[in-house]
Design a protein around this ligand. Structure first.
Ligand SMILES: [Zn+2]
Length: 292
């Protein structure tokens, strides 16, 4: 099961899948979790979000396309094809049918106006570029690629100090965009167009942003990796081992859940499998995620 397209006012939201499957053991992914409290969620999460065969949490790797009456926007660009990722064999030199999935959804790369990356991790920038005759070129030749300046500067500096553990992602998926003159560096609360704006949500990475879409009195929020898996909704302080600041990440997530619980805001996390999108509901002293 994958996310069905839905509308927000005048806008349509479509998921473009790269890969979905059992991905990581819960305790390996969330160092602050405990086996006993993880176990409490087994029945709620199995089988769609927690695979009973492998005992791994299920993750989706997907992009979202938002079609507004004026713009076509791609949010987050997965892992990508042909990337050199020897430290991550399951992401190394792949040939996923992501572009076919995009075209099947009726989206021509030339028609995309904006590419938005919630943050510059390896699985959110991949399809920014594709390999053509040995060179990395922008996948979306007419798009403006919007990066939060704070995020860009953080990774650019770290990359100068030492090679990034996730691989040469800036060299193959970010710098070619800058060199092609297609990158726009913005503040973390930037408004892209009426009804489409960024919100700073630091913790997972320093310049991580959520993307708010508002139209016709309705509201969707693309939250990137602010939440990785539905297991974190009742346990908001369990951050991933990939977060640059696990404490800040937990506080950002908790405050987001408090603000949006029991509202009509449709929350769209990057990696939730199944129906992906849903609403936050309060549940005693904590929260639960209501899909659909
Ligand atoms: Zn991430």
């Amino acid at each position: 099961m994958t996310m069905k397209p839905f509308t927000i006012g005048d806008c349509t939201v479509i998921a473009i899948e790269e890969w979905i499957g059992p991905y990581v053991a819960p305790l390996k992914f969330m160092p602050d979790a405990t086996a006993e409290r993880i176990e409490r969620q087994r029945t709620t999460l199995q089988p769609v979000h927690w695979d009973p065969k492998t005992d791994l949490l299920v993750f989706a790797f997907q992009s979202f396309v938002v079609r507004t009456p004026r713009h076509t926007v791609v949010i987050d660009t997965c892992v990508g094809n042909d990337k050199e990722r020897p430290a991550r064999p399951n992401w190394h030199r792949k040939s996923w049918p992501w572009m076919d999935n995009l075209r099947r959804a009726g989206i021509a790369p030339e028609a995309v106006d904006y590419v938005l990356c919630t943050h510059l991790h390896v699985d959110h920038v991949g399809w920014n570029t594709r390999l053509v005759d040995g060179r990395w070129v922008p996948t979306f030749p007419n798009a403006r690629y919007v990066f939060a300046r704070k995020e860009y500067e953080y990774w650019e500096k770290r990359n100068r100090e030492e090679p990034l553990p996730q691989g040469p992602l800036l060299e193959d998926s970010v710098f070619p965009i800058v060199e092609a003159g297609r990158a726009v560096l913005v503040d973390t609360d930037h408004q892209i167009a009426p009804g489409l704006r960024l919100e700073p949500t630091p913790g997972h990475t320093p310049g991580h942003v959520c993307i708010h879409l508002e139209s016709g009195g309705r509201h969707a929020i693309f939250v990137g990796d602010m939440m990785h898996h539905p297991i974190q909704v009742p346990e908001p302080l369990w951050s991933s081992g990939f977060c640059s600041d696990r404490v800040q990440s937990g506080l950002t997530r908790k405050s987001f859940l408090e603000r949006h619980a029991d509202t009509d805001a449709v929350v769209v996390p990057a990696h939730f499998a199944g129906e992906t999108a849903g609403r936050v509901r309060s549940d005693g002293a904590t929260f639960r995620f209501e899909f659909g």
